[in-house]
Ligand binder design. Structure first.
Ligand SMILES: [Zn+2]
Length: 78
């Protein structure tokens, strides 16, 4: 899931990770799926919560990409 190799503008480290839209989408979509599954099995109001989280996962496609340096914690836009 490495989209690009970039250098940290703060400390010149190459130990940089990119958090893209896919990351947030999978995070929220997975969470929503788990909530809906629990809602079906155990506690029905979680079905609504899971549905809302899946809607949020759709909106995560509008989130900007962010680069983060693992060495100094610096964050910037690519
Ligand atoms: Zn850095």
């Amino acid at each position: 899931m490495v989209d690009s190799w970039q250098t940290c503008p703060s400390c010149k480290s190459k130990n940089v990770i990119t958090r893209g839209k896919r990351f947030y989408f999978l995070l929220f979509f997975g969470l929503g799926g788990v909530l809906m599954w629990i809602g079906l099995m155990i506690y029905w109001p979680l079905l609504i919560a899971g549905f809302i989280v899946i809607i949020i996962s759709m909106f995560s496609f509008m989130m900007p990409r962010v680069n983060r340096c693992r060495d100094c914690g610096h964050k910037w836009k690519p």
